[in-house]
Design a protein around this ligand. Structure first.
Ligand code: NG6
Ligand code: CA
Length: 524
């Protein structure tokens, strides 16, 4: 937490007491007394800015997310911190830019726990304020002590309980990476002792089929790029695994499993306050939603996965309604990075777009330094306090959610904790419409970009201008500095040579950001 945070914390419009059941005064919010709100972050995977009906999607119905948006604030200029999962999630949960920390790129399924137990996390913050805390769904930040050395048949020596989560029911990495089992409180859920689990990212286990050698066994989905190692549920994956038996997930049931666990957690903690990080597998590959979500849109499996995501959101909203918790629960819905169409499985997502634009108006996709990489949907609903639903075009980054939520529950961030996160609670709940003076974006090629005012600067990068491994995806890389006017046609014309002072200003700002000394005073 920087000094700015402390100053802003004193001015914060909602000052709440940290004790369980403590109340917020009428003076602070202009409403009646109430207890601390429950907080739910619904974090979709690879869901693009243009993928929801309330963000302009025409080919797919998302009634539940639409309702959430119509009862809260729909943000049109919100950003993930990175254009892939692991770094984005790392930043969200620690309040530290992932580019400051080596080893935060897209993690294999046998990565050791990337956030170390001694680090301060969003879950620690909520726990210190008296909340019950849970992580349910996709994790992708490593488990256990050391990469590749986990014994998946025993309790893991390091898991989310060491990071402030009272409860977890998670996928270790992604659905396209082994191990294909859920982990519940540091152990494989529904463990099957008759099928011990072995995992390797180096070599196959003798006699085990792979997508590469046994394509005839791929009865559910075939790869288009990579994803040709172990076969689970008729789908080949990244990495090798053996065993698992009845603990292996069925892809078509993942949304059901995590949603049921989420509703159970809410129900058990209805007397609150609780914090739930609900990270869906949808709409990441392999897209293999349940039969009952299929065929309701012209976009095939990718569209069906969006429908399934919307269903999960609806289930959570219904549970809150049923339990009488909706009014005082702050729900944030967002995504870890921008969308991608062909991400390595032959699911016809590209061919069936039918005019759909997953990134909405933005250039580029997931992986990219262009806006499509990090411009994401973000919806915040808290009926007790956000009385006037609407839209906000405030410039916002997920990096600030930790400190902003800490301010909400009056948790004190320890020295050195959440170093890059600022208290921008007012932005989040709509009482402050002033832009963050600058935000940083991080691409999968490690290019940093700065957005400030109407400008965007992308630092030079030697990487290829297109993704090298398959689909046609722009990386945003250029060996030249790129400067774009964001109020013009987005990221089309590099105006670096026309505005040398602006370019110089943004380069200096980025240097300051990298050194950790940039503050809210650093405006362009
Ligand atoms: C890529 C995978 C892609 C996806 C991505 C991570 C291939 C060819 N591509 O390496 O399918 O898993 O990593 O996605 O293997 S993320 O949303 O979790 O960051
Ligand atoms: Ca993702």
């Amino acid at each position: 937490m920087n000094r700015q945070h402390i100053a802003l914390a004193l001015l914060t419009p909602v000052a709440l007491s940290p004790a369980r059941g403590a109340s917020v005064s009428e003076r602070d919010t202009g409403t009646e007394d109430r207890s601390l709100p429950n907080v739910i972050i619904i974090y979709a995977d690879d869901l693009g800015y243009g993928d929801l009906e309330c963000y302009g999607a025409k080919n797919v119905r998302t009634p539940n997310v639409n309702r959430l948006a119509s009862e809260g604030i729909r943000f049109t200029n919100a950003h993930a911190t990175a254009s892939t999962s692991t770094p984005s999630r790392y930043s969200l949960l620690t309040g530290e830019y992932a580019w400051r920390r080596p080893g935060t790129d897209v993690a294999p399924g046998d990565a050791g726990m990337i956030i170390r137990p001694e680090q301060y996390t969003m879950a620690d913050m909520f726990r210190s304020a008296g909340y019950a805390t849970a992580a349910i769904g996709k994790w992708h930040l490593g488990l256990g002590d050391k990469t590749g050395e986990q014994d998946w048949n025993a309790p893991l020596p390091a898991a989310l309980g060491d990071l402030g989560f009272d409860y977890h029911y998670i996928m270790a990495a992604t659905a396209d990476r082994v191990p294909c089992v859920f982990i519940e409180n540091g152990m494989v859920a529904d463990y099957d002792p008759s099928a011990p689990i072995e995992v390797s990212y180096r070599q196959n286990f003798p006699g085990e089929p792979t997508g590469k050698d046994n394509p005839e066994l791929l009865y559910n989905l075939k790869p288009s790029h990579g994803h040709d190692m172990s076969i689970i549920n008729g789908i080949s994956r990244i990495g090798y695994m053996k065993g698992g038996g009845k603990a292996l997930w069925k892809d078509e049931n993942i949304a059901d499993s995590i949603t049921v666990h989420a509703i159970n957690f809410i129900t058990e903690h209805k007397d609150g306050p609780f914090f739930m990080y609900f990270a869906t597998n949808d709409v990441h590959v392999p897209r293999f939603p349940h039969e009952r979500f299929r065929g309701r849109n012209p976009m095939g499996l990718r569209g069906d996965a969006i429908v399934q995501f919307d269903w999960s959101v609806g289930q959570i909203m219904d549970a809150l309604d049923r339990l009488g918790l909706a009014e005082n629960t702050l729900v944030i819905l967002s995504s870890d990075n921008g969308p991608v169409v062909d991400d390595g499985y032959d699911d016809k997502a590209e061919e069936l777009l039918n005019g759909h634009k997953p990134s909405g108006p933005w250039r580029g996709y997931k992986y990219s330094a262009f806006e499509g990489g990090t411009a994401i949907p973000a919806i915040v609903r808290w009926p007790a306090v956000i009385r006037k639903p609407g839209e906000s075009d405030v410039l916002m980054s997920q990096i600030d959610w930790l400190a902003s939520l800490a301010s909400l529950v009056n948790a004190r961030i320890p020295e050195g904790g959440a170093p890059d996160s600022w208290d921008r609670l007012g932005n989040l709940i709509g009482t402050d419409r002033s832009d963050r003076p600058w935000i940083v974006e991080f691409s999968s090629s490690h290019a940093l970009s700065v957005r400030a005012g109407k400008w965007k600067y992308i630092e030079p990068n030697d990487g290829s201008p297109m993704i090298t491994w398959g689909p046609e995806i722009e990386t945003g890389n250029s060996h030249l500095p790129q400067l774009y006017e964001m109020d013009k046609v987005v990221e089309q014309e590099n105006v670096a040579s026309e505005y040398p002072e602006v370019l110089f200003g943004l380069q200096s700002l980025l240097r300051k950001i990298k050194s950790g000394s940039a503050t809210v005073e650093d405006v362009l």
